[in-house]
Design a protein around this ligand. Sequence first.
Ligand code: ATP
Ligand code: ZN
Length: 285
Amino acid sequence: MNLKLAIQKSGRLYDDSVKLLKECGIDINNNVKNQLKATASNFPIEVFFLRDDDIPQYVEDGVADIGFVGENVIYESQKKVDIVEQLGFGKCRLSFAVSKSENYTGKEFLQGKKIATSYPVLVQKFLDENNIQAEIHVISGSVEIAPGIGLADAICDLVSSGSTLFMNGLTEAEIILQSQSALIKTPELSEEKQAILDKLLFRIQTIKKAKNKKYVLMNAPNEKISQIVNVLPGMKSPTVLPLTIEGWSAIHTVLSESEFWEHIQEIKSIGAEDILVLPIEKMVV
Ligand code: ATP
Ligand code: ZN
């Protein structure tokens, strides 16, 4: 029995989806670009490669048991699937954008305007919630050129860095959804398949926990240790090991990226030396 997973065939989510499986220790045939599906050699999973827009439908129907897909696509599709876990990649936002020369003062700007988008469901929902009447023009690609050719007064599209908007003379005016890729699941899953999913989820959560964490090592004179340990948040309490030099110890701890930057100068000024920061691959807590 294999769990059937749908991922994007090619595009922005492909590399990170395959990388996540690899980090989970799941080997799928690397040369998969032109294949429809591939079976893992060391985990009961079969991977289907599909267009991202089709993934919610396949998962709702149970043709695929689970899928990795953007939340923007999940909500826009209105399919009955369960969102099980955010995956931390494919981060973007769905935003209104207007021409740089336009004076956008607030949502009211959109009243009576023509809006070009590939996300009519999410845009209509936003308009309804804000009591705005506007005309939606659905276009499937290159939405950002619509204002320039006189097709629309505003667009609503996915933004990450904002460089596409910038290159087209547009400016981001209003965020309506923050999105990232998520693991979705079909509403009906057999017990046996649920057990495989639980195993996969455990691995994904283990990797997610480690992603933002750093293993930090430093040396310090013994009389400074309690002062340093007081500053360090750490997971439980830091490990302190004697060095071969009399009167010195090594302190080992785990910090998030932001905790590290927040405390490092103080720790150094107390007297820590030789501070090393290492990435953590996996973390089971
Ligand atoms: P497909 O051929 O599978 O239909 P696509 O062209 O619809 O591909 P991509 O452009 O590969 O899709 O984007 C896939 C997903 O990546 C988006 O639905 C979104 O969740 C995410 N994403 C992250 N950043 C961006 C961005 N700047 N622009 C568009 N999508 C982004
Ligand atoms: Zn798509």
